[in-house]
Design a protein around this ligand. Structure first.
Ligand SMILES: [Zn+2]
Ligand SMILES: [Zn+2]
Length: 276
């Protein structure tokens, strides 16, 4: 039996413009760290309002605009790793982390062509095209939207993400804490419960779930995204945990914090329902 802490389903290889480490280097790191199941989830950011900053991939050391051909190349590289590492009892899955915006389904379906990814992680990184998960734009976003407006827009987008049918899982549910904490302090940790409940119910009703993302511990905002409080509310709302993820952007971070994320499953009484 593979245990949750032996699985990492949020990994950015160097196809992501902000990440280091080839698919092969990650696979070797996974073996060294005793992981049994991993899923690559490169960034796919296609919001047309962010055309200058986002829709790129690194291929052969060059930054290129995302095209169906490049996505195929990414998929093929993972597929060949699946073969190579089969004998090492490392199960490898092909996924993507797709940024959510209104209309993403159509744009993504043109880019992915006929590829069937194993796992589609959906994350809200932007409000009205301004990325609050990027150090450069986060201050602009938090300046433009007062906190209560921000929460309202964010959780409305999360509910729409769940409803749109494209995704298997919601990424880093309260990931706004990363840059929001320095600006708003503790208030960023307390989104209105009513908004959260609507979003969580929508996630449950759509038959998907959330991940427990351990990047929070490396970003000095607690142990996980979402926080323990939100995880408790997820358990009450019967939202399953679809994956644990380190959100590694380099092989050194692969698997980091999975032990803590995994301990929350039992401690909080969350339902573990992995997609793969
Ligand atoms: Zn993300
Ligand atoms: Zn990520």
């Amino acid at each position: 039996m593979i245990r949750p802490y032996e699985t990492d389903f949020h990994i950015h290889p160097d196809f992501s413009i902000d990440a280091k480490g080839s698919i092969d280097e990650y696979c070797n790191a996974a073996l060294a760290k005793g992981l049994r199941k991993i899923c690559f989830t490169t960034h796919i950011d296609l919001d047309p309002r962010r055309n200058e900053d986002d829709p790129f991939m690194m291929v052969d050391g060059q930054m290129m605009r995302v095209t169906p051909k490049l996505v195929q190349r990414y998929y093929d590289e993972i597929a060949s790793a699946m073969d190579i590492y089969k004998s090492n009892e490392l199960q490898i899955y092909a996924g993507v982390e797709v940024d959510y915006f209104d209309g993403v389904e159509e744009t993504w379906s043109k880019i992915k062509g006929n590829i069937k990814f194993d796992y589609i992680l959906g994350s809200v990184h932007c409000i009205e095209g301004i990325a609050f998960t990027w150090s450069k734009h986060a201050p602009l976003c938090f300046e433009k939207f007062p906190l209560e407006v921000f929460f309202e827009k964010y959780y409305t987008a999360v509910a729409a993400l769940a409803k749109c049918g494209l995704f298997d899982c919601v990424g880093h549910l309260d990931g706004y804490r990363r840059y929001g904490y320095g600006i708003f302090g503790e208030s960023i940790n307390n989104p209105p419960e009513a908004l959260l409940k609507v979003a969580l119910s929508e996630i449950r009703n759509s038959g998907i779930g959330i991940e427990i993302n351990s990047a929070a511990s490396r970003q000095n905002v607690g142990s996980t995204y979402p926080s323990r409080d939100i995880l408790k509310l997820a358990a009450e709302t019967e939202v399953p945990i679809v994956a644990l993820g380190s959100d590694a952007h380099s092989p050194a971070d692969l698997g980091a914090g999975l032990d803590i994320s995994s301990s929350y499953l039992d401690e909080i009484g969350l339902r573990w329902k992995p997609k793969c």
